[in-house]
Ligand binder design. Structure first.
Ligand SMILES: Cc1cc2nc3c(=O)[nH]c(=O)nc-3n(C[C@H](O)[C@H](O)[C@H](O)COP(=O)(O)OP(=O)(O)OC[C@H]3O[C@@H](n4cnc5c(N)ncnc54)[C@H](O)[C@@H]3O)c2cc1C
Length: 431
């Protein structure tokens, strides 16, 4: 056992959330130690980023590096076999968004880059060091026990603890804060492939969401000709699986003409990976001397590619609050409450959409050429990462909710957006 070690801030986890908060607090002169159980680079899912990630890259000084390792993403394309159309959401077409593109990245490279950057800015980073025990004490007297790669335990006594342990949800699980989200009972299976047809022309670089009856596929173009392909569906759909994962996945591909067309010559790179029960939320995200950020707070769904953006933005909001706490506890605690509210607001905006994504009404809004209450710009803003805004009368989310409410009532009277005289475009359209 190494002797008692002290620091201002101890961060558990070196994903995008942990690396971001470690970098920002170290830059402010705090003594930051980050413990990461794995050795990076390593595979991680979550490869499509949002435009509003980019200001954070600038702030961290990694914008050029991310551009170098990424595939340029001008927007998102949604294809529905049921509706027989494709529709594209181009970030540049939304005047609300200050940034008109983003990137797709291999997370192995991206996470390594962010972790190295936190080192560059002064954080002490220990990889292959797993946190095994946390004893929370009043007024920051927290004890954290970790095991290093050689099996040696170490004890840390930080003044402030940051849980950025991702889906391991170290603190939320131990403190009994974690709630599984029963309203979004979905699962996913995904992998990397070669020889998947990529989009061309001005659709090049777009993420594609292929909507199916039981869920949806993503296709994310990565560097070196690799395509990330994932299938997301309700648990009930996954329970219909009889054979192995690969044949279940192949059957789902074959059942969607738009996916099958692109995957005709696909060659898998490695085995498929499955994740179940992935929606959860911690009912508390701050406490006496600790804060939860990124997936350690919650994860809803990959549909809007919001995970990394939420991880990094919650880290940036959290860094302000933690830094203030060192100088002025009262101010720090007030900022913690603001932090909690802001994080919940983002989660609630996304949940509202996710819970309804399989409903015909929301799908019709997605696929329609008919732009009720300027909803397409609302969707584009959310697809761009603008989900922290307080819902006001004309905010993107409110407009969507209004459109949804009207169409829902119309649907009760037997109308659907694509019938009763409201036409659908038969060719791809742009926002
Ligand atoms: C199927 C699926 C698809 C997704 N697609 C997208 C997408 O396209 N775009 C997007 O933005 N997001 C996507 N996400 C979400 C994204 O993966 C996460 O939101 C994001 O990685 C969260 O970052 P984080 O830093 O909070 O957690 P993580 O990236 O998971 O990092 C947590 C780190 O903590 C470490 N750790 C855990 N426990 C310990 C411990 N005890 N001691 C030390 N270290 C520890 C882990 O090793 C890990 O490195 C997807 C998620 C899923 C499930």
């Amino acid at each position: 056992m190494r002797e008692r070690q002290e620091c201002d801030v101890l961060v558990i986890g070196g994903g995008p959330a942990g690396s971001t908060i470690a970098a920002l607090l170290a830059e402010k002169g705090r003594h930051v130690v980050l413990l990461e159980k794995d050795q990076l680079p390593r595979f991680h899912i979550g490869e499509s980023l949002l435009p509003l990630n980019l200001p954070l890259f600038d702030r961290l000084g990694v914008a050029e590096d991310v551009r170098r390792i990424g595939v340029y993403k001008p927007g998102a394309e949604v294809i529905s076999d049921e509706h027989g159309v494709a529709t594209t959401f181009r970030f540049a077409n939304n005047p609300r968004l200050s940034v008109d593109h983003s990137y797709h990245v291999k997370r192995a490279d991206f996470d390594r880059l962010l972790l190295d950057n936190s080192r560059r800015l002064g954080a002490t980073v220990l990889e292959r060091t797993r946190v095994t025990e946390v004893e929370l004490g009043a007024e920051g007297r927290t004890k954290v026990t970790a095991i290093g790669c050689d099996g040696t335990p170490s004890s840390w006594f930080p003044r402030y603890l940051v849980d950025a342990s991702g889906r391991d949800t170290l603190l939320a699980s131990r403190l009994g804060f974690k709630r599984v989200d029963k309203r979004n009972n979905t699962a996913a299976v995904f992998g990397h492939f070669r020889n998947v047809l990529r989009r061309e022309g001005d659709a090049e670089g777009m993420i594609t969401m292929h909507l199916l009856e039981h869920g949806w596929f993503w296709m994310i173009p990565l560097p070196d000709g690799v395509m990330s392909v994932g299938l997301v569906g309700k648990q009930a759909f996954f329970k219909t699986r009889t054979g192995d994962l690969a044949s279940f996945f192949a059957r789902a591909v074959a059942a969607s003409p738009s996916v099958a067309g692109r995957m005709a010559n696909a060659e898998p790179i490695g085995a498929l990976v499955a994740t179940a029960n992935y929606s959860y939320e911690s009912r508390q995200c701050t406490g006496d001397g600790y804060i939860l950020i990124g997936d350690a707070v919650a994860f809803i769904d990959p549909l809007f590619s919001s995970g990394v953006m939420m991880a990094m933005s919650s880290a940036a909001f959290g860094a302000e609050a933690v830094d203030a706490w060192f100088d002025d506890k009262t101010l720090g605690e007030r900022l913690m409450r603001d932090y909690e509210r802001k994080v919940r607001r983002g989660l609630n905006s996304l949940s509202w959409l996710i819970y309804r994504i399989d409903t015909p009404v929301l799908r019709d809004i997605f696929m329609a050429s008919f732009d009720l209450f300027n909803t397409r710009n609302g969707l584009l803003a959310i697809l761009g990462g603008d989900f922290y805004e307080t819902p006001r009368l004309l905010s993107p989310l409110r407009r969507l909710q209004l459109a949804y409410g009207c169409l829902y009532l119309l649907s009760k009277a037997g109308f659907r957006l694509r019938t009763e005289g409201l036409t659908w475009r038969q060719r791809p359209r742009e926002n």
